[in-house]
Design a binder for this molecule. Sequence first.
Ligand SMILES: [Zn+2]
Length: 262
Amino acid sequence: MRANLVALTALTALSTACGGAVPAAQEEAAPPAAPSPTKSPTKGALAGKTVVIDPGHNGGNAAHPEEINRQVDIITGRKACNTTGTQTDDGYQEHAFTWDVAGRLKPILQGMGAKVVLTRPNDKGVGPCITERAALGNEARADAVVSIHGDGAAPNGHGFHVIMPGLLPGHNDEVVEPSRRLGLSIRKAYQAGTGLPYSTYIGKDGLQTRTDLGGLNLSKRPVVFVECGNMRNRGDAAKLSDPKFRERIATSLADGIKRFLS
Ligand SMILES: [Zn+2]
């Protein structure tokens, strides 16, 4: 029963789930894994750049509905502070996936000379709210903000897509264009590096523009969400559950970020 409840919660969270944008940062508990720093051609390529990585959701969210369901203002409406995220049929949670990928991506970017800020310090906490996550990227004056997610769509859909901010006049005028360039760069690198196809169920050619996500709406810096695959699809789930594949995801994201910033 509990399992059903959790599954239901995850499903319900779907539509809004991936709206979850961001948290309070810090860098303590090192996420798992540790990719080797990239080689000389890229060394120093990102010197002086700041990248904010937002691992969507958080491990403690499901147990604290009252906190994460608190409504926050995202300009185009009000939305839950944060969500639980989705999971694979085998129970691999989206928050664990995003945390793992962030932990692999961080050292790769640092190896290129970037300053990297994560929006949450571990995978056991609650939140932070999407408003706080966005604020973090703004305060860090991030040159790029990348929010990592796994989607929870119908099982027959698969592939990845990149979500970019839509124009909200007076709020993010200067962010839309560079965010689109960041999105195109990441789309290209992600497709090449992971071999995953563009989403078969949403967006167009692996791209989507939205104005209902707090993490996008509230960002004053170039920002995208990456829905790395559909965790409810058997094929995608098998890949996202594989540490080796997650390493490819991290490498691909790093490549896309580097190309955008170089
Ligand atoms: Zn998500």
